[in-house]
Design a protein around this ligand. Structure first.
Ligand code: NAI
Ligand code: MG
Length: 538
């Protein structure tokens, strides 16, 4: 499936209909439909290697297949130079935009449809089947994810794929365990509740964890019996499209899953304001989260769950396991090139261990291997695109100008691609831009504190409240501090410990609602109370 080749010429020649994936990554991708197959050539300019991903025919860009559609709108976007701009509806109809995808989803979920009539245990089996197919295609999916995002291949392979498959299986298990209650009510009545699907659920996906976020939203939606219309981020549609072909192969009824690559202000906004979408789940910027809630309010008051930004505090006490705290907080700050909503962007360290903590953090950061994301040795790749690169570099500049001490990095790397050195600032003060704004880049900011009360107050003085972490060997202290922190997640002596079973979401402007775990099921279900009048009292 994945072989290295040394052909110098482009084997795709004429007929190639897409070229350029991400010049900035140092790689590009050519795709070509030939004999009803898709071939992808990956040329890594950074290392001078070429890879040929065969077996990619399962990307199913078979243009004779009526279930895959191209639209006028996407043709336009294509000409603007974006990547694979295709419209997939698993409906047979040749309909071509968001309203039409919603129509397909609505029809697939109506009463009496194969999806609504399907046994809940069969629904679970279908989700398991999809997980099996993703495991089969793990190498291809991880390769596509790395190509699209620039994240190191081994991270795609082990973290993103593992998390996606486990989440699918977790919700596959729930499909036949979703039920209501019966309750004692006043007078001679009895009441029972049923948990029913919400209907058509929209999902708007970001570019930092394209596959994982896609599955976080789709899996609970389908487990609860909904149908979905999903828009991947414009930068990163590849894994979603491949999973689309796997959904078809698994045997989901047509129209249950509709994947519509497109841009935010057009396709994304159309999802947020559509009158027949009853729920939308979004992960991305706080600014767009506000637009989505506004669009919901102005259209049909659809349910909205938002997973937005963070400015996540870690509090490192003097009694901690110092090496563990150094490693975990740095991993938290720099993982995925810092492009995580959970990024550990404010590390508060007890002043008595501050200097040693900074010294060890600098030692630790030197172990990072920056390079071609397809190289298995690489642990740090490029940022997603030019715009984002510019935003991060501007914030690094502001840190230097506002008087933070640059301990390491702080510059772009190489001529090609959007590589930024892992960067450490010490002596960071709360008023600085790097202390307040979400950087979403490889920048670790280290602050010092004198007392636990002060640390908690400063940790909480943010509009955000997504995650936090506490490092101490005193469980008593860890639990007291975790109770005081205003965040949806508190990690104790660990970081980025995310599991399918554990709810995830934010306080304050980090969002609304919870993804993952049993809690997410409530976001995708309506509760119906059925009240029965009892005429006989025995
Ligand atoms: P964004 O919020 O614009 O994009 C995320 C998704 O929303 C994409 O699918 C995009 O097409 C869609 N979108 C954009 N505008 C929309 C609109 N008007 N209506 C509906 N959907 C829309 O994020 P962007 O511009 O890629 O990154 C900006 C900043 O947002 C980053 O620097 C970072 O701070 C934050 N961000 C946070 C993420 C998280 O995991 N919470 C993920 C991505 C970005
Ligand atoms: Mg944006």
């Amino acid at each position: 499936m994945f072989s290295r080749c040394c052909k110098k010429e482009n084997p795709l020649r004429e007929g190639a209909f897409i070229s350029e994936l991400r010049g900035g990554v140092g790689s590009f991708l050519n795709c070509c439909v030939r004999r009803e197959e898709l071939y992808i050539l990956i040329k890594s300019q950074y290392m001078g290697w070429q890879y040929l991903v065969d077996g990619a025919d399962r990307l199913a860009l078979d243009r004779t297949d009526p279930e895959w559609h191209r639209t006028e709108q996407q043709r336009t976007e294509w000409l603007k130079g974006s990547q694979l701009c295709l419209f997939l509806s698993l409906s047979k109809s040749r309909r071509s935009d968001i309203p039409r995808a919603v129509g397909a989803a609505k029809a697939a979920g109506q009463r009496g449809s194969p999806w609504r009539r399907m046994d809940t245990s069969s629904r679970g089996m279908l989700l398991h089947k999809l997980a099996d197919l993703m495991e089969r295609d793990r190498l291809l999916l991880a390769t596509l994810e790395t190509l699209d995002t620039g994240k190191p291949f081994l991270q795609s392979f082990f973290i993103d794929l593992d998390g996606s498959v486990k989440t699918l299986r977790y919700y596959a298990g729930w499909a036949d365990k979703i039920h209501g209650k019966s309750m004692a009510v006043d007078e001679s009545f009895m009441c029972l509740t049923k948990h029913e699907p919400v209907g058509v659920c929209g999902a708007i996906i970001p570019w930092n964890f394209p596959l994982l976020m896609f599955i976080w939203k789709m899996a609970p939606a389908l487990s609860c019996g909904n149908t979905v219309v999903i828009k991947p981020a414009e930068q990163t549609p590849l894994t979603a499209l491949h999973v689309g072909s796997l959904i078809k192969e698994a045997g989901f009824p047509p129209g249950v899953v509709n994947i519509v690559p497109g841009f935010g202000p057009t396709a994304g906004a159309a999802i947020a304001s559509h009158m027949d979408i009853n729920k939308v789940a979004f992960t991305g910027s706080t600014e767009v989260g506000q637009l989505i809630k506004e669009a919901s309010a102005k259209s049909n008051l659809k349910r909205v769950t938002l997973e937005l930004g963070g400015k996540n505090p870690c509090i490192v006490f003097a009694d901690c396991d110092l090496q563990l705290a150094v490693a975990e907080t740095q991993k938290g700050a720099l993982y995925n090139q810092g492009q995580c909503c959970t990024a550990a962007s404010r590390v508060f360290v007890d002043e008595s261990i501050y200097e040693e903590f900074v010294r060890r953090s600098i030692e630790n950061v030197k172990k990072i291997v920056i390079g071609d994301p397809l190289d298995p040795q690489t642990s740090h790749g490029p940022q997603i695109d030019q715009q984002h690169f510019d935003k991060i570099m501007d914030l690094i500049k502001s840190g230097k100008e506002e008087g933070a001490r640059l301990e390491y990095g702080g510059a772009a790397l190489g001529e090609k691609g959007f590589f930024i050195q892992p960067t450490i600032f010490s002596g960071v003060k709360d008023h600085m831009r790097i202390a307040k704004e979400e950087i979403f880049g490889p920048v670790q900011c280290i602050f010092s504190f004198k007392s636990p009360q002060e640390a908690i107050e400063r940790a909480n003085s943010s509009q955000y409240g997504l995650v936090s972490a506490v490092f101490t060997t005193s469980m008593d202290r860890a639990l007291s501090v975790s109770a005081a922190l205003e965040t949806g997640t508190v990690w104790i002596n660990c970081y980025n410990a995310l599991h399918a079973q554990t709810p995830f979401g934010g306080y304050k402007m980090s969002g609304n609602g919870r993804e993952l775990g049993e809690y997410a099921l409530a976001e995708y279900s309506e509760v119906k109370a059925v009240t029965i009048k009892l005429s006989e009292t025995l």
